[in-house]
Design a binder for this molecule. Structure first.
Ligand code: SAM
Length: 259
């Protein structure tokens, strides 16, 4: 395997770099007390290598160094398991809105084969990248769906059909709530993976929560195990049905967010 680096971006990993990725992943998961198996290691490694290789000709991620990919993509994606919500152990229908290169939905789906996971993104080429990994790794519990959340949230077969919806790095919370809460069943949860400014976004979201039918269940602040970068998990519980007019048509929520 060849290693090539241009302008700081890695486009492939050599054996040493693969070992570094695996070590960082193993250590991060151990520090967070998350179970790690040889099968998880094998699938996460194949996924990470393909991410970095594909990123050479498709814009998927700015993070390509082995330690960064392990901690800032994989370990970070698994942070919802720190919530110890009893619901996380069940057999669930989950969605990841604006999944991009698959974060957080794909690492979560790989760790929980009993979940049925729909990874959604509006960019077709990112969906094709994800479909290739799903096929190559034989992941029977993952569906990749190309489309805008505003449109998917109005489809009767998807609307209010998920027990749990995740999203990372897609939009600030008031807009994100309009994209995600319509997909959550009443009684289900939306979990936003945010940076250290997450608590401030909660303050901006009162109006969106009250219109869309959600309440803040709790907010957990944490640090990534190695870099100590701050993260916030915002857990929203859906308490009543979302009015039919939401999500509004594609583009409107971002132009005119509910603030
Ligand atoms: N969640 C991934 C992560 O944390 O690495 C990707 C984050 S990337 C910055 C944002 C992604 O959201 C992009 O892949 C973009 O295509 C997608 N996206 C933005 N708005 C969307 C919408 N309205 N519906 C579906 N996907 C959307």
């Amino acid at each position: 395997m060849t290693e090539s680096i241009s302008a700081g971006k890695m486009t492939d990993w050599n054996g040493e770099q693969i070992a570094l990725f695996q070590e960082q992943l193993r250590n991060g998961m151990a520090l967070w007390d998350l179970p790690f198996t040889p099968s998880l290691e094998q699938i996460y490694t194949a996924y990470a290598i393909k991410l970095v290789q594909t990123n050479a000709h498709m814009n998927l991620t700015a993070i390509t160094d082995p330690a960064g990919v392990a901690e800032k993509h994989f370990v970070d994606s698994l942070s919802p398991f720190l919530l110890r919500l009893p619901q996380l152990n069940g057999s669930l229908r989950i969605a990841d809105v604006g999944t991009g290169a698959g974060f957080p939905g794909l690492p979560l789906a790989i760790a929980r084969p009993q979940w049925n996971c729909v990874l959604m993104d509006s960019l077709q080429k990112r969906c094709r990248f994800l479909s290739d990994i799903v096929a190559e790794q034989g992941l029977k519990n993952v569906e990749v769906l190309h489309g805008r959340a505003e449109d998917i949230g109005q489809q009767p077969q998807r609307r209010e059909k998920f027990n749990l919806v995740f999203s990372r790095a897609v939009a600030r919370l008031p807009l994100l709530l309009e994209l995600c809460l319509p997909l959550v069943e009443v009684g289900g949860f939306f979990i936003a993976l945010k940076g250290s400014d997450g608590p401030a976004e909660v303050e901006e979201s009162r109006k969106a929560l009250s219109i869309l039918g959600g309440v803040i269940d709790h907010v957990k602040e944490l640090r990534l195990p190695s870099s100590q970068d701050g993260r916030t998990l915002i857990v929203v519980r859906k308490t009543k049905g979302t009015p039919k007019t939401y999500p509004r048509k594609a583009g409107t929520p971002s132009r005119n967010p509910l603030i």
